[in-house]
Structure formats: C-alpha cells, structure tokens
Design a protein around this ligand. Structure first.
Ligand code: G3P
Ligand code: CA
Length: 372
C-alpha cells in the first residue's frame, strides 16, 4: 500500500488489509540504529493535527502544550503576497470557502505541479478575504472528533505563528522551534509570487534568521533551497517522497528522489541542506501486505554524508500504520480510524537512528521518545 500525500483519502474506501500476524519487525534484523542514544526532535506536523483541524493556531498551541520541539506550518501565498498556513494553495478541503457565496465565482480549475484540480486557490484571494474564512478538518472520516472544531478557527499567517512561538517560548521558558515548508515555490513564482524575501524578512523581524535559530526551512523542490542556501544561514531540509521527484526538476524529467538518495545524490544535497525529510517508507519500506520489511541504507548513507534525517509522517490511525502496528477488529467499520501502536512505530524509527519525526500526535511522540 502506498499513500500519496496529495491523495491521502483517495483510496480510503478501497483499501483492504491482510490478516497476517500482527507482529512488529524483529529488532535484531534491523542492522542499523547506532545513533539510537540521541533523542529525536518532535516536529508537530501541521500542529497537533491529530486533535485539531490542521494549520490553525489552536492546533499549534495544543502541539506546544504536548511538548513538541517544533511546530510545522506549511506555507502558501495570497494574491497580495502574504504567507499563510495551508498545506496547499487549493483551500477547498480545509476551509469553508465553499459556503461563502461571495466567492462562488472564484471556483476554477488550475494545473498545479502537473495536476489538474478544481477549487478555490489562495493566489486568487487577498489576506483580508482569507481572514473571513474558517478552517475545517481535512480527514473527517478518520478524525471525526475534530469536526467539532470546524468553522471556528481562522487561517493563520506565518507572522501569527511566529508571534505564538515567541509568546509560548517566553511563557514556558523553552525555545519552541518553527519548521516552515514552502509549498509549490516554482508554481507561485510563475504567478509572480515569491517566498524568499517575505520568509526571510519575517525571520529577521523575530530574530530567527541565523544558523543557530530554532528554525528549519523545508521544501520538496530543490532550486529554491539552493537559492535560499545563498541567502540565509538557517538550516534547510530537502524533503523527499518515494516514487516521486522534485517538481522543479521533474518538469524536465531528469531527477527522482530515489536518485537523490544515492551516495552521490546525498553528497550533492549536503552542499546546500542540513538534512533530508524522507517519507518514512524510504527508510522502512512495506511489502504488498502493508507489512514492514527490512530497512534501507538511507539512515546510514545520509549520516555518512553529514545529513540529518527527519522522516514523515507519524500518525496513530490504523489507516496510516504498517500492518504490525495496527490494532482492533478488522471487521469493525471504523477500523481505519482506530488508533494502533504509533508509539512502537516511533520507537522503532528511533532505533533506526532518525534525528526527528514529523508527527500529528506530539503527545504520543513525546511519551514514546521519553520511554525509549
Ligand atoms: O513536510 C514534511 C511533511 O509534512 C511532508 O508532507 O505533504 O504533509 O507537507 P506534507
Ligand atoms: Ca509539510
């Protein structure tokens, strides 16, 4: 089973899982994990998105209360150039824009990174207009409780996230980090909208534009990271997805993320990035029955190239877990939404030597890491 991040619910109804033995991978077969004494950082993926609609201040605030080290805002750009927190520029699934008759005429079809999609897009809205919308749960089938918060929270700006980070860091006496992702940078650039100046100006304003600041900037694209590496000392993370490639290179059909994980590829990444953010199955693949197999060499090879690894995404629902960590009755109609043993999955990745985890459930990650 492969789950594409852009098609997260597309195959939900069609998925079936084998009833193979529910046993975790045997630790003595792992063959890695020499880095297992260091605690990985917890990156609250879209906030505590397992408990609140993603990319809302409520989600980030809960993540901080649950002891995350970093909060992760995905960033997109408005028509008037503001950076706002959404996973994609199509805001149809995560806001109530469809309920606003004044915006009905803005529904349109666009091609974003080669995919045709119909909906409402941030580049067609000013920030003032975005602020009239309210967030809603992306995964109501899996996270029904979160729908209780639908239509309550605004779409936050990046600046509001930085203000929250600063306030909470002072209150709690510990530095909360921020881990922004630039979404679709080459697409936005073709539309005359750019990340770099605004992103770095915000980091400057809040005293975060330095190598030792608690900040990572991440991207699935490569060219923007290379350019950023010339403009800032902030640590950069090259994201990767199995069976895909960076869109800015993929356009020319020459580079895949798999090719970038060769020893030569990793050395190239190390010239501009501090680390990589691979899909977790690039570290621990799964077989046709959704059962984990033996790990790849990615942790070892990346570390040998001087790169840290922050894999994504650790989620508690059976839908996202490998077979051996799923719990509950497979005949239960809610089986996919039930929580499996995420803590054990995270502990396994700690043994494999990762340096951080993107997780929707920071509380589970914190307990798993501190019990490991
Ligand atoms: O940024 C790490 C992880 O979040 C990548 O996937 O699609 O959830 O942004 P996505
Ligand atoms: Ca992200």
């Amino acid at each position: 089973m492969k789950i594409h991040r852009r098609q997260i619910m597309g195959g939900f109804a069609a998925l079936s899982f084998s009833a193979c033995a529910n046993l975790p991978i045997e630790k003595n077969k792992l063959g890695q994990g020499k880095n297992n004494m260091k605690k990985p950082i917890i990156i609250a993926h879209r906030g505590a998105s397992g408990y609140r609609p993603e990319h809302t201040l409520a989600s980030y605030e809960l993540a901080i209360a649950q002891n995350c080290d970093f909060i992760e805002p995905d960033l997109v750009i408005t028509k008037d150039g503001h950076l706002i927190c959404r996973h994609e520029n199509n805001i149809s699934e995560t806001t109530n824009v469809a309920m606003h008759p004044e915006f009905a005429g803005r529904k349109t079809t666009k091609i974003v990174d080669g995919e045709s999609m119909t909906g409402w897009f941030t580049e067609d809205f000013t920030l003032a207009e975005i602020k009239t919308l309210r967030a809603k749960e992306r995964l109501p089938q899996l996270r029904h409780d979160n729908t209780n918060y639908d239509n309550q929270f605004e779409v936050p700006t990046f600046e509001e996230v930085l203000q929250l980070r600063e306030k909470k860091s002072k209150e709690l006496g510990r530095e909360i980090g921020v881990y922004p992702e630039t979404k679709h940078p080459s697409y936005f650039a073709k539309n005359g909208l750019y990340y770099d100046d605004a992103l770095l100006a915000h980091l400057d304003k809040y005293g975060l534009n330095s190598n030792d600041a608690p900040v990572f900037i991440q991207s699935f694209e490569t060219q923007n990271l290379k350019k950023l590496s010339q403009k800032t000392k902030v640590k950069l993370i090259q994201l990767m997805q199995e069976d895909d490639g960076p869109w800015d290179s993929q356009e020319k059909w020459v580079v895949t993320y798999k090719s970038m994980t060769s020893k030569e590829g990793l050395k190239e990444i190390a010239k501009y990035a501090y680390g990589i953010g691979p899909q977790k199955t690039m570290i621990l693949p799964r077989d046709a029955n959704n059962k984990s197999t033996l790990p790849t060499n990615l942790v070892k090879d990346a570390h040998e190239s001087g790169l840290k690894l922050h894999p994504w995404t650790f989620r508690a629902e059976n839908y996202f877990l490998p077979l051996e960590y799923q719990n509950g009755d497979k005949n239960d109609t809610k089986f996919m939404a039930l929580h499996g043993d995420l803590a054990s999955e995270i502990r396994l990745f700690i043994e494999l030597g990762v340096d951080g985890v993107f997780c929707d459930f920071p509380d589970i990650a914190f307990n798993a890491i501190n019990a490991a």
